[in-house]
Design a protein around this ligand. Structure first.
Ligand code: 6PG
Length: 257
């Protein structure tokens, strides 16, 4: 690791040389959290994201020495968001995670809680909310053991985009997000759910993310980027960055660790 900074209570920014190092570190952290949560709670409930950045991290978890580091039999898999496409579509977040990671383990159907991307977005959000309430218990916020997120160059995270009404949602767990063509409609977990997680790991790599990272960490998220609105109420937030994504954070700030 090149630098570690504690930026606020419960928040850490970890900077690695490149995406490979970031992916290895994220896999190690994920495995450690899984051990700790399975020891204390008997199960491990995850929400995955898609995008290009976590792909290597997912493939690491499925291979080599990481294969045995997560007790998949005690794991329950959810998604932070989904594109409104069928589950065998190349843009499906379910398919991405299944193909790279889940297919390597004998998970039962009951352990995989996908968002129904093939349904009408409103119906898919409602079905997913029902599934979340039935798993985590009605009348309370779900507490994911870990949520994996990314950050777009426009500051979005999961499918929470800048300026979206979805950002103001306080009671629903999942909502539809209608985007202009050619982007696909989506379904996303809402901020209250993300912010009740025990651990949130945000992965960002590449120079295109540098300005978003700078605004969030150096300007108090003055632009209200959705990725910067993820601040767990009592859980831990860790940003895993490569050197390029952290390149606009003042070196003085990086040396604070
Ligand atoms: C998705 C994600 C999305 C992603 C960011 C970052 O399904 O695409 O949930 O929020 O994490 O767009 O994506 P990259 O890693 O490709 O930059």
């Amino acid at each position: 690791m090149e630098a570690a900074v504690s930026t606020a209570a419960g928040t850490r920014m970890l900077v690695y040389q490149d995406r490979e190092a970031l992916s290895v570190a994220t896999a190690e952290r994920f495995a450690a959290i899984s051990r700790e949560r399975i020891r204390s709670r008997g199960r491990f409930a995850i929400a995955f994201s898609s995008g290009s950045t976590p792909r290597r991290f997912y493939s690491l978890l499925a291979s080599g020495s990481f294969r045995d580091k997560v007790e998949w039999a005690k794991t329950q898999v959810f998604w932070a968001d989904e594109r409104c496409v069928p589950p065998d579509h190349d843009e499906s977040n379910y398919k991405t995670v299944r193909d790279i990671l889940l297919s390597a383990f004998p998970l039962s159907e009951g352990q995989v809680h996908r968002i129904r991307g093939e349904a009408d977005p409103q119906d898919a959000a409602q079905l997913y909310e029902k599934e979340l309430r039935s798993f985590f218990g009605a009348g309370r916020m779900p507490v994911f053991d870990v949520v994996i997120l990314g950050a777009g160059r426009d500051g979005h995270t999961a499918s929470l985009f800048p300026g979206s009404a979805a950002l103001r949602e306080r009671t629903r767990l999942a909502v539809p997000v209608y985007l202009d063509a050619p982007q696909l409609n989506r379904v996303t977990l809402t901020l209250p759910v993300l912010n009740h997680a025990a651990h949130v790991l945000v992965l960002a790599s590449g120079e295109a993310k540098a300005d978003v990272v700078r605004v969030i960490f150096e300007e108090g998220n003055a632009k209200q980027y959705p990725a910067g609105l993820v601040r767990p109420v009592s859980g831990a937030l860790e940003w895993f960055l490569d050197r390029d994504a952290a390149s606009q954070v003042r070196s003085g700030a990086l040396k604070r660790s």
